[in-house]
Design a protein around this ligand. Structure first.
Ligand SMILES: [Zn+2]
Length: 448
């Protein structure tokens, strides 16, 4: 796991990379001009006492008001790994760096030092200073509200570094939308939750499993997101929801066209039922009488309203239709043996019909997008996306080019998966098909 983790670090746009370069080119430079860095020389003929330590060099540039951050940056940029440990171990330097206003030169210094920090509280301050993101629920009331009913898992150093590195790879304007981040479980990026209106994200996380890659939690074999880092992509996916607040991107017609999304909503249950009847082949068996077909269609409306999840409930929705149609106003039709024996007969046939099998299977609580095409559906899949937030359909053919199976929950989820897939590959966008990549770039979502 540690290996994977460091691989991820090496792939990202990190300070460590440029340090290596500096060290390699250093011997060509005038050592004296760098302030006596005899550590870089072949031997240590120059007495150590003649030179100032890296900490002293930095402190010379720290002032109450006019601190020379540019000079400090140049010193830090040339520091060895062990010198960086000295720097981050010096409280007064860290206090100065982590207090006061933000600036791009200070940001660059933070980027150079973050890998050398092992203390989690200091790392949390790094993320706050660098990106304006509060980590953990102790910071304020709104974040604590976010955690109601969930247990916070305190971040460890690897987790906070992971957050830092993901944010470095994303456009600054997008990162600014995230105000606070909490952990809600231990499953290494297995799931996350975004609250765009308050700029908060909750994410599952495991300190010892930061290198975990996707092996089937969200994908089938061959999907484009298979093998990507779980924590990085889940965090980026959730940030994608913040960027997409109010469907700013996923609500666009040009986006919905790609997978053929169509909204069926929630407020017209008979229309939704009719759409299912239309899309599911032989939804109502042709052997039904005209009367039975009518009753089935109306029962389907009640099943949509009631969010049927189990076909055994078919009878209760059919009964609502019977009650409406056959009950006398005084309620005495309830005991009518003739009506109820036919109700039972029809319920038995209806519960195994493609219509009711689909209605129950398409319930959001049963995560239908993972299993589609699971019933007799033709060229379009149809299901409920989020409980009480309505039904969606999309072109079945879109699944042949999929990033993940989760992408097909609703357009907002597809956008979030595209956002994560685009930004979390070494060469950005390389895993996306040309249609989705071109759309993404046409919206300037790739610009750093
Ligand atoms: Zn999501």
């Amino acid at each position: 796991m540690a290996f994977n983790s460091s691989k991820v670090l090496a792939n990202s746009n990190l300070a460590a990379k440029s340090n290596v370069k500096v060290l390699q080119t250093f011997p060509q430079k005038d050592l004296d001009a760098q302030g006596g860095r005899q550590k870089q020389a072949d031997d240590s003929k120059v007495a150590k006492t003649e030179s100032k330590s890296i900490v002293e060099q930095i402190k010379e540039n720290i002032r109450y008001i006019f601190t020379s951050w540019g000079k400090i940056h140049d010193i830090v940029e040339k520091a060895t790994d062990s010198e960086k440990l000295e720097i981050v171990g010096d409280k007064s330097i860290m206090n100065k760096l982590l207090s006061g206003g933000r600036s791009s030169i200070k940001n660059q210094i933070l980027d150079l030092l973050v890998d050398s920090v092992s203390d989690v509280d200091t790392l949390i301050k790094f993320v706050d200073k660098r990106f304006g993101i509060k980590i953990g629920a102790n910071w304020n009331v709104i974040t604590r509200l976010f955690l109601i009913g969930q247990k916070e898992v305190p971040f460890g150093p690897e987790g906070v570094k992971g957050v830092y590195k993901v944010m470095l790879r994303l456009p600054e304007a997008h990162v600014k939308k995230l105000k606070a981040l909490v952990t809600t479980g231990k499953d290494a990026g297995n799931s996350g939750l975004a609250m765009p209106y308050i700029g908060r994200i909750g994410i599952d996380y495991s300190e010892n499993d930061m290198g975990r890659v996707e092996t089937g939690a969200y994908t089938n074999v061959g999907d484009k997101m298979r093998g990507m880092n779980m924590f990085d992509t889940t965090l980026t996916h959730e940030l994608g929801h913040l960027v997409d607040q109010n469907g700013r991107y996923s609500g666009q017609e040009s986006f919905r066209k790609i997978s053929g999304w169509k909204k069926h909503g929630i407020f017209k249950p008979q229309k939704i039922a009719d759409e299912v009847i239309n899309l599911v082949q032989n939804a109502i068996p042709s052997s039904f009488t005209k009367k039975e077909k009518e009753l089935s269609r109306e029962a389907a409306k009640f099943a949509v309203i009631g969010r049927i999840k189990n076909v055994e409930k078919t009878r209760s929705y059919l009964k609502l239709v019977y009650n409406k149609r056959f009950l006398k106003k005084d309620g005495k039709g309830e005991g009518d043996a003739r009506v109820y024996s036919s109700l039972n007969d029809l319920a038995e046939k209806l519960k195994v019909s493609p219509l009711f099998t689909h209605l129950a299977r398409a319930n959001a609580d049963r995560s239908p997008w993972y299993y589609e095409n699971y019933s007799n559906v033709g060229p379009r899949q149809i299901h409920e996306g989020y409980p009480y937030r309505g039904w969606w359909s999309y072109d079945s053919s879109a699944r042949s080019n999929k990033l993940s199976v989760y992408q097909f929950r609703d357009p907002g989820e597809e956008f979030a998966e595209i956002y994560a897939t685009y930004h979390m590959t070494e060469k950005k966008g390389e895993r996306l098909d040309s249609k989705r990549r071109e759309w993404f770039e046409s919206q300037n979502l790739h610009k750093m």
